[in-house]
Write a protein that binds this ligand. Structure first.
Ligand code: MV4
Length: 451
């Protein structure tokens, strides 16, 4: 039984974890950087510990400071949220070594899925559909040429340590391969300290659809449906919806079943997400697995009524899942828009002082945010300042509620991506549900979306 949790994160997800602790009667303890002294996650926790200066490397990513705070406050467990230390296998190991429960999967799960080439190898082994490509990491240019030749151009080079589109290169023709392989590998080495690359057949206009999973430490594992995440720019999701309109009932059952099959092969527990690419015919291909709670988890919560963060904490304490697969039902349609502090022209982060802040309210509207009318958006951290989540009986009702919500959202003093989100909600292809990962190229034709 977990009685106290150190919330090793900031912003809206730190608040989200605190709310789950409150619902469970658990004592939440916050950590904060000097830049976050006046943050809501500090005021809403029972206690809070300053763990260092503003830059994440000196505070939220400083394992020694986080562990020291956990020990000083005598908590039972640590919730890492998303980003920061959430997918750091070494951190999960250190927690265990210190007798602290890491609220997430095992260090081994994190490590094996963190290496994207290794993850594909494991998942192909248990029969998940895969795009043609290298069976594992590519060792040299000769091998790269041979594989590209056999699967046919265009191909995509991806960094084994990457994920989320970093370290990717599209290769259209054989004469481009050598340069692409070397520069991508060098970039990956510089960015992740690992230059390993793998190769896939390049799918021209895929959708990105992911499946939410939740498992316990007793061998129970369920899915909570899929999320359509194709609205992205620069590999950052900006709008997600569930369910997707892209799959037939049979295709939907198939992607759910494959996600569960893959995670079962790993004896996975806690929250996790299997990401798939989906082609125009509705065929899905395993892409990667995320071993954390995701930013977009609320849309799943809205359509299933399952509190994913609460469930994560319960299973970390050793409880069996509160739900069997049959208990999980899906109702209506949910959409999330991520509100970012950014320049609407250049899309560059635009931190600064908020002078007015009003969140939408009313039926079917949820706003997850740590911002408020006096909030300062710090340049040290991610530019996402709020998530507007709407729920309706069907997609049309959810769309109407999202348009109303964005109209009612007032943020003054800084620039945001709200105008861009409005454009997405008006785009005929989006409204029809007929869109893929290149939708944003049409809406923002001047800005490159492909790596
Ligand atoms: C692909 C692909 C086409 N073919 N892989 C981009 C993010 C990273 N997680 C994987 N990504 C892609 N992988 C193959 N074999 C196209 C993309 C892609 C993309 C994927 C999801 C959402 C938006 C995207 C935008 C451009 C490219």
């Amino acid at each position: 039984m977990i009685e106290s949790v150190l919330v090793a994160n900031r912003g809206e997800i730190a608040l989200r974890v605190i709310w789950a602790c409150r619902d469970l009667g658990i004592r939440p303890v916050a950590v904060y950087s000097e830049a976050d002294r006046d943050s809501l996650h500090v005021s809403f926790a029972d206690e809070a510990v300053c763990i260092g200066p503003g830059p994440v490397g000196e505070s939220y990513l400083n394992m020694a400071s986080v562990i020291a705070a956990a020990e000083a406050m005598k908590v039972d467990a640590i919730h890492p949220g998303y980003g920061l230390l959430s997918e750091n296998a070494h951190f999960a190991e250190v927690c265990e070594a210190c007798g602290l429960i890491f609220i997430g999967p095992s260090p081994e799960h994190i490590r094996r899925m963190g290496d994207k080439a290794e993850a594909k190898k494991l998942m192909v082994g248990c029969g998940l559909p895969m795009l043609p490509g290298s069976p594992g990491p590519i060792t040299d240019l000769d091998e790269a040429e041979a594989i590209a030749q056999s699967i046919g151009y265009p191909v995509l080079l991806k960094a084994a340590a990457g994920g989320g589109g970093r370290g990717m290169r599209v290769v259209l023709r054989p004469d481009e391969l050598s340069k692409a392989f070397h520069t991508a590998s060098r970039e990956a080495d510089a960015a992740f300290g690992n230059g390993e690359m793998y190769m896939e057949k390049y799918l021209a206009r895929p959708r990105h659809i992911e499946v939410q999973l939740m498992g316990d430490r007793h061998g129970n594992l369920i899915h909570l449906g899929e999320r359509e995440c194709s609205v992205q720019r620069k590999y950052q999701k900006i709008l997600e919806e569930s369910p997707t309109v892209a799959l037939t009932p049979e295709q939907r059952e198939a992607i759910w079943a494959d996600a569960v099959k893959g995670a079962a092969e790993l004896d996975y527990y806690s929250a996790g997400t299997m990401e798939f690419l989906v082609d125009g015919d509705g065929n899905h291909y395993f892409m990667e697995m995320n071993t954390r709670i995701q930013v977009e988890h609320p849309i799943t919560e809205e359509i299933t009524l399952v509190d994913l963060v609460k469930e994560q904490i319960l299973v970390a304490g050793g409880a069996p899942l509160s739900y069997s697969q049959e208990d999980v039902t899906f109702r209506g349609h949910a959409i999330e828009c991520r509100i970012n502090a950014e320049d609407p022209e250049t899309l560059a982060p635009a931190p600064g002082q908020i002078t007015a802040f009003n969140v939408p309210k009313g039926p079917g509207v949820r706003v997850d945010t740590a911002a408020h009318e006096e909030y300062f958006v710090s340049p040290f951290y991610d530019s996402m300042i709020a998530k507007v989540i709407v729920h309706g009986r069907d997609r049309d009702e959810a769309l109407a509620r999202m348009r109303r919500s964005l109209d009612l959202m007032v943020i003054e003093g800084i620039r945001t991506n709200i105008p861009l989100l409005r454009k997405v909600l008006e785009h005929p292809g989006f409204v029809a549900g007929d869109y893929d990962t290149h939708l944003m190229d049409e809406i923002l034709p001047n800005i490159g979306m492909r790596g």
